[in-house]
Design a binder for this molecule. Structure first.
Ligand code: ATP
Ligand code: MG
Length: 569
């Protein structure tokens, strides 16, 4: 490719509305342009990266026995009604109506479509196992599309679905996909970590996410490298704390705390540390509101709360009006003392003594409160999100470190959740009808582009891993229009490199060298060749790897061979 025929679309200035570095660089390097919130054009440079990612994903999926197919983006409402998700999926599902007033959605995922296909096509256990995949555009009406293609509304996903006759078969298909994912991320040049993930209603450790560790990541990952533990923070169960509750020494007193509505304000007002306070959250329960009590500095883990029998699923906080009705006070002054609704306290909240909490009187708090003396011992549960320094669930003598991660892939054992709802069965070896076991496996193709940039860039721009760079090599001529020798040399080299299988970008614009260098650095092309009269006199070309500061001269004659060894292509 020649720059004279190519839309580079690079920008000098950092766009003001792009918060994270990958979004900034994707705009500046001319990879994407926004069409609407969370909806993007992929410009030629960006599209080349996508194609390379897709190729690696395809090769590994094919090698693992999966078969590629293509399902429609638009799906009829009836399929979603049959699975129950027309209601459950919520506002992320973009719904539309056709001219005959029939309901449709734009697929955020394809369990329904594939299940109904399998229902029609799979008759016998002899056809199993089967693994179908596609690389296709999804739409999710995300509440907060942001960070460019990282959390978009329209995005490209590789999704795969496996069908097996038994739970063991499903586990086996899952293991194959897990290994394929590890290979895919390795081949993409990404450092991705597999973490245990919440598997919702299926239970067990039957779901893993693959994360690229980066500060801009939206997920929190708990890791204990020593014990070999990695999990999404949502998934971490915490043991009952070892320390016992100190004895009650203070007297319970009511203090006026006018205008204080948050733990932070309360701590400032009373000059008390947050770990000596309790916060009380009211959520909707199966039979009326339930109070969840946590230490002031701890956060509720919503998944743990949903797992409680008394709490309604999906988790919903009661609004101010409902709080008022249930407790007679404003949300900022609720506390567990003499509360007339069920109280469930987190293990750590139960180990506190002489604590501070809401008084159930507007604008008032209680200090010096003690469980068992001033209020009954509560029902206890593991309710909070894990934090840095918490004990590792595999070895409580070691502690967890919390890091940020970008979820680039997800493997999930679905069990019979969809096959039961959608009646996906076949005959087993004894001629009996069996409900099939399913797995689903996603990779965020477009998100990977952003994740790769988050992981690898510098002040000058993107530094692509070789396998996914839009171009492998760029040729930057010096004094192109003035020198026939340079013109001949770049043409010859361009063709040789092309013939050797390199994706080459030849900068034939005759711009100032500084301009060309900085643009090639911004785009992040891994290998740069500079050709000028001076070098040609001694038969050399200047080579620089995007990761290095220094350049080096190599003989022109053997350059193609040299590049083959210097690159991973
Ligand atoms: P998240 O928790 O980030 O919303 P998810 O659990 O909804 O992800 P899955 O349904 O497992 O995601 O989708 C499979 C993959 O698709 C994810 O691992 C991610 O890489 C990608 N993906 C999901 N939502 C988006 C989005 N809004 N924009 C870009 N990629 C996405
Ligand atoms: Mg999501």
């Amino acid at each position: 490719m020649r720059t004279s025929q190519f839309l580079l679309a690079t920008l000098k200035e950092t766009p003001a509305d792009a918060e994270i570095v990958s979004h900034q660089l994707m705009l500046r390097a001319g990879l994407i342009r926004q069409v609407a919130a969370g909806i993007y054009n992929w410009l030629p440079t960006g599209f080349r990266v996508l194609r390379k990612i897709e190729r690696i994903v395809r090769e590994e999926m094919d090698a693992s026995g999966a078969q590629e197919m293509l399902m429609p983006a638009v799906q009829p409402a009836e399929l979603w009604q049959e699975s129950g998700r027309w209601e459950d999926y919520g506002p992320e599902l973009l719904r539309l109506t056709d001219r005959h007033d029939r309901g449709f959605c734009i697929g955020p995922t394809h369990e329904e479509v594939i299940s109904v296909l399998a229902r029609g096509e799979i008759r016998s256990y002899r056809q199993l196992p089967l693994n179908f995949y596609q690389i296709q555009t999804k739409f999710r009406d995300e509440v907060r599309p942001r960070f460019g293609v990282m959390r978009a509304r329209e995005f490209i996903m590789k999704d795969a679905y496996t069908f097996d006759i038994s739970a063991q078969g499903m586990q086996h298909s899952y293991d194959i996909m897990y290994d394929a994912y590890a290979r895919i991320f390795q081949r993409l040049g990404l450092e991705a970590t597999a973490v245990e993930a919440d598997s919702g209603t299926i239970g067990g450790s039957h779901s893993h996410e693959f994360h690229v560790i980066a500060n801009s990541g939206e997920d929190a990952i708990a890791q204990c490298l020593e014990a070999g533990y990695s999990a999404n923070v949502e998934k971490v169960s915490l043991p009952i704390p070892k320390h016992t509750r100190p004895s009650a020494t203070a007297e319970m007193k009511t203090v006026a705390t006018p205008g204080v509505h948050t733990i932070q304000a309360l701590c400032k007002f009373l000059t008390a540390p947050p770990e000596s306070t309790l916060k009380t959250l009211l959520v909707k329960g199966v039979e009326g509101p339930v109070a969840l009590v946590l230490r002031g500095d701890h956060e509720l883990n919503q998944i743990k709360a949903e797992a409680l029998d008394r709490v309604a699923t999906p988790l919903q906080f009661t609004n101010a009006e409902e709080v008022q009705k249930a407790t007679g006070v404003e949300p900022g002054s609720i506390g567990p003392v003499e509360l007339s609704i069920p109280v469930i306290a987190d293990y750590d909240a139960v180990t506190l003594a002489n604590f501070v909490c809401g008084a159930n009187v507007d604008g008032h708090h209680l200090v010096g409160v003690n469980w068992g003396r001033d209020l009954p011992e509560p029902q206890q549960a593991d309710l909070r999100r894990a934090i840095d320094g918490d004990p590792c669930p595999l070895d409580s003598s070691k502690s967890l470190t919390i890091r940020r991660g970008i979820e680039v892939g997800h493997v999930f054992q679905l069990g019979t959740k969809y096959s039961e709802a959608l009646d996906v069965t076949c005959l087993d070896a004894s001629g009996k009808t069996q409900t099939l076991y399913m797995g689903c496996y996603g990779i965020g193709i477009t998100r990977i582009v952003a994740a790769a940039i988050e992981q690898s860039h510098d002040a000058n721009g993107i530094i692509w891993p070789d396998p996914i760079a839009p171009f492998d090599v760029c040729i930057v001529p010096i004094g192109l229009k003035k020198s026939v020798k340079v013109q001949e040399a770049i043409e010859s080299l361009y063709h040789q490199l092309h013939a050797a299988g390199f994706d080459v970008l030849l900068d034939d614009r005759d711009e100032r060298p500084g301009v060309m260098f900085s643009e090639m650095d911004l785009i992040g092309i891994p290998h740069r060749l500079v050709i000028g009269e001076r070098g040609l006199k001694s038969g050399t070309v200047e080579y620089r790897n995007r990761r290095d500061q220094a350049a080096q001269d190599y003989p022109l004659e053997t350059l193609v061979e040299t590049l083959k060894t210097l690159s991973n292509i």
